[in-house]
Design a protein around this ligand. Structure first.
Ligand code: ADP
Ligand code: MG
Length: 677
């Protein structure tokens, strides 16, 4: 059988089992072969009964002293008990209602028993152990994630059959590379990961499979990166940072100054800057990018700033226009909703250099947008752009300097994969005078009180938000309905007489703009909104936020939302309303209530959701890993990173027959959107 064959054709499967396997994400023979065990039971290490630690899983090798005896405890409950010995001590074995297992144990025969030890003092017993007759040697047994109707043993059996029926498994990693990094071949590694002969073999198999997974990922990601990084870009000749400082109404934090100095130094080199600016919400990333933009403009070059949403692009445009109002910097805004005639004008001006700074959404990376001399490409909230859009802003210039900004603290190892050889600046200091945001988790019975609390703030001249969640991505309309009706109810009811605003994703940009402006100016007191406000909105006078159905949000998303308050010198509060009982959900919400440290939250988020889901897989576009763990396989990430870089340097297109399978494998891993060719 070909590895791509449908699993239902495997001996022992059929339609019904195929459906069960589908629940485990297995639809082909290959899926089954790469369905890796969760843990192993080590039947090769025999523990003497005497030393078997209570509460732990162990393997005991012992002879049955007698057949199992039946004890009827009550109706429907029969115990089967026997006593076994390893020649030194005794162990009681008990089965519940399992006549079949009990009957298999014969007096005088030797077995391996695997299970959890219970007992007290010197007394030892095992309840419902797994057992088998002693053969040549015990081994490591794979334990698979199971599903209803299909237990680990059944899966193990199917995998054995799969190996017997499968054609030769070809190795995508060429022999030379395998030798250079001392890797098992693929088939050997697969066999060993399922049926390891020893712990050493198992760890070699794991190493090989993790290597492959990360190696393919690195190759794919590296191919995506802007080419020809080496040639000289627009070099900044004179540093105008001090002059920039005088434009600001505030003193920059030490972290901001450091980030500006690091970036400016980069931009004065012969090779383009390639830097990630990481800083929690509210840490002031915009001002850092503004400094670089100022430097570029003063040196006679153009800059571009791209944001993931129109709301955010508009806000950046406003902020920067204000900041640069007493300079001669020409700024324009280009988004999907810029009127056609104006778009045309902007495009002409960009091409002939009439515009120094363009702010916009992905409208900036459309084909017909051309620059005269784009020297700096800044991308805000970079992780919200698809992998394919990454780098396309930079491709509008001749190796421009690039700065990507993100509020999501990305673990270093992950950043290495996603961004490659990127330098990192971190804003680990908040602007002075910020107050800690207090966060509460309450159930819906407290809602009235929460609203009352908002009212109190509004009466004191402060502003606030009420955020409604997205039901799911396809239910944008419902989300909208929820926000709209809440807005109506509150306007006519609880908040009658107050000035409320409504903001949602289906509004026309002009409407959105009007709502935002009204809120920013203080005219609107309370903004009822969907998640549109997640990124960007910056209104320091807004000090209270109520999040409805908080359980529907991810941890990082909640953190981002909460970052919309606590931006001024007033004390801010965030109230999450949720009736969720689920343990994981409560844990998530409590984590948020207990800390405002973005790094801690990101770590927790990564633990809870796994890296595949870290940015929302749709957004970062990284394929899901089957065996590699981005949190713990840092060493392997570094090794494969170097290996991939080395290979691509010698053979950028992976030409040649020996790389056919490798090329295909990379394409397969990135099945959608990304291609090696
Ligand atoms: P983010 O890093 O989340 O993008 P912003 O750049 O939007 O943060 O900045 C958040 C707010 O803090 C803005 O109102 C900005 O004007 C203000 N700000 C930035 N830096 C400072 C500073 N050094 N001192 C005081 N306020 C600052
Ligand atoms: Mg920002």
């Amino acid at each position: 059988m070909n590895p791509d064959s449908n699993i239902k054709y495997l001996k022992g499967v059929g339609e019904k089992r195929a459906a069960m396997l589908a629940k485990l994400g297995i639809s082909t023979l290959w899926d089954l072969l790469t369905f890796f065990p969760r843990v192993y039971e080590d039947w090769s290490k025999i523990t003497p009964i005497k030393y078997a630690p209570i509460g732990e899983n162990v393997c005991i090798r012992a002879i049955a002293g007698m057949p199992c005896r039946e004890h009827k405890i009550r109706k429907g409950m029969t115990l089967y008990k026997t006593e076994v010995t390893d020649g030194d001590s005794l162990l009681d074995i008990t089965f519940f209602n399992n006549k079949y297992a009990a009957a298999k144990i014969e007096q005088g025969k030797e077995y391996l028993f695997f299970g959890k030890i219970t007992g007290k003092g010197y007394y030892r017993q095992m309840t419902s152990p797994e057992f088998e007759e002693v053969s040549d040697s015990g081994r490591m047994r794979p334990i698979y994630p199971q599903t209803a109707g299909l237990n680990s043993k059944a899966i193990e059996k199917l995998i054995k059959t799969a190996f017997e029926s499968c054609d030769k498994i070809e190795d995508p990693i060429p022999k030379d590379i395998r030798n250079a990094y001392c890797l098992l071949n693929l088939e050997g590694a697969l066999r060993s990961i399922h049926f390891p002969e020893s712990e050493d073999m198992l760890s070699e198999a794991r190493r090989r499979l993790i290597f492959e997974e990360l190696f393919l990922l690195e190759l794919g990601m590296m191919r995506l990166k802007t080419k020809n990084r080496r040639s000289t870009a627009y070099k900044i000749r004179k540093d105008y940072t001090e002059e920039f400082f005088s434009l600001l109404p505030f003193e920059l934090t030490g972290a901001q100054k450091r980030a500006i100095a690091e970036s400016t130094a980069d931009m004065m080199q012969d090779i383009p800057m390639n830097r990630l600016l990481q800083g929690d919400v509210g840490s002031g990333k915009t001002a850092v990018s503004a400094a670089l933009i100022y430097n570029c403009t003063k040196n006679g070059c153009q800059s571009a700033l791209m944001a993931p949403t129109e709301v955010l692009a508009m806000q950046h445009y406003k902020t920067l226009t204000k900041m640069f109002e007493n300079t001669d910097i020409e700024i324009s805004l280009l988004t999907g909703s810029t009127p056609a005639a104006e778009k045309r004008k902007i495009k002409v001006a960009l091409k002939d250099g009439g515009i120094d700074l363009i702010v916009g959404t992905h409208a900036l990376i459309q084909k017909d947008v051309e620059f005269r001399n784009l020297a700096l490409a800044v991308t805000d909230e970079q992780h919200r752009f698809g992998v394919n859009q990454r780098g396309s802003l930079a491709s509008k210039g001749v190796n421009p300097h690039t700065l990507v900004m993100s509020a999501t603290p990305i673990p270093r190892t992950l950043a290495l994969i996603i961004y490659g050889d990127l330098d990192l600046s971190i804003l680990d200091e908040m602007p002075k005078g910020r107050q800690k945001i207090e966060t509460f988790l309450v159930n819906s019975e407290i809602r009235e009180r929460a609203y009352g609390y908002i009212k109190k703030h509004l009466c004191e001249g402060m502003q606030g938000y009420i955020v409604c969640p997205m039901v799911d991505e396809n239910e944008e309309m419902e989300e909208l309905a929820a926000a709209t009706s809440l807005f109506k109810n509150l306007s006519d009811g609880f908040f009658k007489g107050f000035r409320l605003g409504l903001l949602h994703g289906k509004m026309k940009p002009a409407e959105k703009k009007a709502v935002m402006e009204s809120f920013a100016s203080g005219e609107t007191q309370l903004l009822v909104s969907t998640t549109v406000i997640e990124v960007g909105i910056d209104v320091p006078n807004a000090v209270i936020m109520v999040i409805e159905n908080a359980e529907r949000f991810g941890l990082s998303q909640l953190h981002q939302l909460r970052g919309r308050i606590g931006r001024g010198s007033h004390k801010s509060s965030c109230i999450m309303i949720s009736d969720a009982q689920n343990e994981e959900t409560t844990h998530r919400l409590q984590t948020l209530a207990s800390t405002t440290d973005g790094f801690k939250i990101a770590d927790e988020d990564l633990k809870l959701r796994g890296p595949g889901d870290f940015f929302g897989s749709r957004q970062h576009g990284l394929p899901e890993m089957k065996i590699a763990d981005m949190m713990t396989d840092g060493e392997a990430i570094r090794e494969t990173h170097a290996a991939a870089a080395h290979l691509l340097q010698k053979n950028p297109a992976l030409e040649g027959e020996e790389f056919d399978l490798l090329r295909k494998a990379v394409n397969r891993l990135f099945a959608r959107g990304i291609s090696m060719n």
